[in-house]
Every structure is written in structure tokens, then in C-alpha cells.
Design a protein around this ligand. Sequence first.
Ligand SMILES: Nc1nc2c(ncn2[C@@H]2O[C@H](COP(=O)(O)OP(=O)(O)OP(=O)(O)O)[C@@H](O)[C@H]2O)c(=O)[nH]1
Length: 359
Amino acid sequence: MKTVLIGVGQAGGKLATALAEFDARMEFGAVSEAIAVNTAKADLQPLPLDTVLIGQDRVNGHGVGGDNELGAEVMQADALEVMDALDGRISSKAEAIWVVAGLGGGTGSGGAPALARELQRVYDVPIYGLGILPGRDEGAIYQANAGRSLKTFAREADSVLLVDNDAFRSSGESVEEGFDAINEAIARRIGLLLASGEAVEGVGESVVDTSEVINTLRSGGIASLGYASAESSESAEENINTVMSTSRRAVLSGASLPNATDADSALLVVAGQPDRIPRKGVEKSRRWLEDETNSMEVRGGDFPLGSERLASLVLLAGVEGTQRLAEFMERARQAVRDAEEPDEDPADAFANDQLEDLM
Ligand SMILES: Nc1nc2c(ncn2[C@@H]2O[C@H](COP(=O)(O)OP(=O)(O)OP(=O)(O)O)[C@@H](O)[C@H]2O)c(=O)[nH]1
């Protein structure tokens, strides 16, 4: 999927950088452009990307301090500057634009949905969100921001792939300490998804195509991405159990949004050397995925890769009903209730057709 990445806010900029660097290191060529947008000058400076500083008249380059309404206002006011920076970067080859943001802060949380709306008006390609949910031990303001942002982001973007910071945290390590490691882990997973159908050595009939990713995400709403890998044998026959086990682990313990199994649609990508990928193992895994997700719309394909390992990448779309998301939304609602001066009725704050079942 020829992709243009736009990182919004500090986390968005760092994650867009990690993704662009992973894609370049692997020579996939899926990320064609990457830019970072922020209200904080100091957060943009260390990034090796082209950057756009917004909201200078309001916050003078100092960030919005967790105020996501201000983040949204500033993005609306300065969207033209971001659009100007994108001008000429979105070629006719671009297949999607991904807006990347941490949903707990102010700039990314408020700005990403506002930017997605603007992009939808101008570009014909799908506009996807890559949103980072705050960890459980982050403060109430982060939870409240993310709750508000998520409902708007899911409405404005064609689909929002969620990453739970807690899902990638090693034990004993605070979220803060682990950011670089988390960003690397996320970049590897999303990077492989974006490259599916791109860097194809030896095209075969079962090779995954970009359109499979786009069709899977067509369900809209919230998406999750799972990943697991294992050593493989030279003979495909001996790898049947390996593929079945990596596919299960990808969903059950390696998902970007844990405990998300009920889905509207799914895509299973098996990456590795083509002659090591067992057709029977892939078929069985797809059938297992149909049962596990309760969806009949399960796509699949191979990703030929010169590695000794085999990996399963499982994209689930339309996972709004998941337990983890319900817990998160409850935490976000509680944070809004606990706020001293809620500026809106908490029920209104989360009213959204697509997330209605969580209410
Ligand atoms: N995975 C990951 N999460 C991050 C990173 N940096 C911050 N976060 C998370 O993102 C949220 C904060 O968002 P930031 O991007 O720092 O904030 P911002 O959008 O720049 O907004 P302001 O600082 O308020 O202007 C929190 O939930 C953090 O846990 C990072 O490098 N990686």
C-alpha cells in the first residue's frame, strides 16, 4: 500500500518516524512520504522528517498542554498549512493516507480527527487513523482525551487502527521508559501490513495484494493488528502447525488491541519464504479465524520474504464490541465524570453510531 504518513503531536511524529525508518531499512518502499505536524516546536526539532508547526498565533510553539479542544481548534485554523505541505507529495500512486497520533495528549488527540476530516474533503484515497490508546496507569485527562478523540476519529477516518500502549509494555517498565521499544514493535507490525502487496519477490497466485488490506478495512470503525512469528523448517509440510500456532498467537496474545476477537472482517497474511508456507496450514488458520472472529469475511494471502522465520499478521476490522475497548470507554467516561467542570454531558461526549454498542 503506497502510503503517505502524517504524524500529529509528539507520539504521532515519533511513530511516523519509526514507521518510515522501518520501511526504508527493509527496502519495502511502501511509505512514500512522511511528515510531522505539531504545536510544540521542541518536539518537531529532533525528527528527521519535514515538519509543520501549527497554532503559532495561539500557543507560540509551546504545545497545547493536553487541551484537545484547543488541539482541534488549532488544526482547523491551520489545516491549510498542512494541506500546503502535502501538496505535491500525494502522487497518483498514493493508495492511502495514514494519520498517526497518540490519543491521550492534546495536539494529536484533537488534531488528528480534524485533519482526517479535512483530508477526506480533498483526497480520494482512504484516510486511515493509527491511534495510540493511553496505558491504564496514565492520568484521567489522558483517558478522557482519548475517549473523546476516538469517537470523532472513528467517524472522520475510514478506519482507525488502535494500538494499546499497555499491549506492548514489558513488565516492570513504565510506559514512558518503554516508548522507543513500543514504537519499534508497532512499526514492525504496521510496516509489514503496509508492505503487504508491495515488495513482492516472485509473484504467485496466493500473494497478498494491497486491495485485500483496503477491502478488509472497508468495514470501518476500529481495527486491530496481531502479529506472531516462529522459526520454520525447510519443508512446508513440517510448518503446518507452526503457521496455525503463529496465527492463533497473533490474535490471542499478539494483538495491538488485546482481547479483540469478534470482527466484521479479517485478513491473514503469512510472511516467509514461499516454499516454506504450507497451504494446508494457511487454510486451517483461515477457518480457525472465521470461527474465532464470527465473520465469514476472512481474506488471506502470502507475503514472500527472505527470512528463516514464518510470521502471521492478522488484521481485524470492525472490532468495536471488544471487552478491552469497553473497559477503556468506561475509564474514559469515568474520567469525564470525575473532572471538576465537565464541559459537556458525559453521555454526549461519547455518542457515536459506530461505538454505540459500547454505551
Ligand atoms: N507508543 C507511544 N506512545 C506515546 C509516545 N509519546 C507519547 N505517547 C502517548 O501519547 C499520549 C500523549 O500524547 P502526545 O503525543 O505526547 O501529546 P501531543 O499530542 O503532542 O499533545 P500536547 O503535548 O498536549 O500538545 C500519551 O497517552 C502517551 O502515553 C511514544 O513515543 N510512543
